[in-house]
Design a protein around this ligand. Structure first.
Ligand code: ATP
Ligand code: MG
Length: 367
């Protein structure tokens, strides 16, 4: 799939812009702080209805303006699909084929995007939150109902944490409500966990050969999902539910004492191993980056396999962060099949062959 056209109105530092794209490689060149990332971010928001940089949507609206609008025309399975996101103080509107979608989970998934930015290079060594966010975003775009369960889980988690704080301060004595919220939380936790296990299996399947190839056969990359409860990945729903129920029961007093929920998918993590050694602890910076790159490349294949078409790839400021060999590997993998956007301050960092196929855009102060 690809994005043919993008129109921005009051988005970040863009007042009004209308751009058509090449279906192969688009290189966005500009000095710092001119609006390169903003274009990539707008494409990302069109896919996910959320920014990869901030949870605060107000930041996306041009200063002193009331609203921001992103319109895009994408092609998928030989069909043209118009997409539109409008952000304002009143909230967010997402339109697919000109029809407003009340549930964002009905919108997300129509347009698939993989973003690779400098912060993703720290997927391996960064915080567990970064890794959870990665799983959630990727799973969400191939399985929109996952977003629904994640949203419900987060909502109940918030209520439960609030109640635990009240119980901790003895503002509330009765624990009946806690039990109700625990049951509700478990219902969604089971689904999230089950789907994450399946997703990790899929990811592993694609990451292994990719990493093997990038490392010229010298490294074996493994990924493990580490839940906060002891559960085997082949466990069925009922077993997972029982495990959570027992663990929550066991931790009840401790959770009240701490005033927060101590187990659940919001505290799980993933660990990467290269040749059986934990890369976060033992890997060199290069190995950590290569692992992150392998995961991103695997994601492209995984989405293609699930959706039937390659996603659009956004490479914001990362090409120059990769050495020649990794850069060539990346570009050879995507060549001719994935519409790609590359941002850079200097074209010298991009190999000659790539530039020959690319359409170049110069960005200056939101123009
Ligand atoms: P770099 O090379 O440093 O990554 P960039 O070209 O990617 O730069 P962007 O992140 O796209 O730069 O940001 C461009 C400009 O947008 C910045 O100067 C920033 O101050 C401005 N900006 C960010 N949010 C808004 C907003 N809501 N309204 C107006 N301008 C904004
Ligand atoms: Mg930038």
């Amino acid at each position: 799939m690809n994005i043919e056209q993008l129109q921005l109105k009051n988005y970040r530092n863009y007042e009004k812009v209308d751009i058509s794209f090449n279906d192969k490689i688009n290189v966005i060149i500009g000095e710092n702080a001119q609006g390169k990332t903003n274009v990539m971010e707008a494409i990302y928001v069109l896919a996910f209805s959320k920014s990869h940089r901030t949870p605060r949507e107000k930041e996306l609206i041009k200063w002193e303006q009331e609203y921001a609008k992103i319109e895009g025309r994408i092609t998928k399975r030989n069909q043209t699909i118009p997409l539109e996101i409008i952000l304002s103080a009143k909230g967010k509107k997402a339109k697919l084929n000109h029809i407003e979608q009340r549930k964002l989970s009905d919108y997300i998934g129509a347009f698939n995007v993989v973003m690779f930015a400098p912060e993703h290079l720290s997927l391996v060594k960064g915080s567990p939150q970064t890794r959870r966010r990665f799983i959630d975003m990727e799973l969400g775009q191939i399985q929109p109902t996952y977003i629904y369960h994640l949203g419900q889980y987060q909502k109940i988690l918030k209520q439960r944490n609030h109640l635990l704080k009240q119980l901790q301060r003895r503002e509330v004595q009765d624990k009946t409500m806690l039990d109700i919220l625990t049951d509700q939380l478990i219902q969604h936790a089971v689904i999230l966990l089950e789907r994450r296990f399946i997703f990790l299996d899929l990811l592993r399947k694609w990451t292994s050969p990719v990493h093997h190839s990038i490392s010229h056969g010298t490294e074996r990359l493994e990924i493990s999902y580490i839940p906060t409860v002891e559960v085997s990945k082949s466990a069925d729903k009922e077993t997972i539910e029982n495990i959570y129920t027992n663990k929550f029961h066991e931790l009840k007093n401790k959770e009240i004492e701490r005033g927060t929920t101590l187990i659940g998918p919001h505290r799980d993590d993933i660990v990467f191993y290269v040749n059986d050694k934990d890369v976060q602890t033992y890997g060199s910076q290069g190995q950590q980056r290569t692992a992150a790159l392998s995961v991103k490349l695997a994601e492209i294949e995984l989405i293609c396999n699930e959706v039937g078409e390659y996603p659009v790839l956004l490479l914001d400021d990362v090409l120059s962060e990769l050495d020649d060999q990794r850069q060539s590997h990346l570009l050879n993998t995507i060549k001719g099949k994935v519409q790609t956007f590359v941002s850079t301050t200097n074209v010298n960092g991009i190999n000659h062959e790539t530039l020959q196929e690319a359409q170049l855009y110069r960005v200056e102060n939101g123009m």
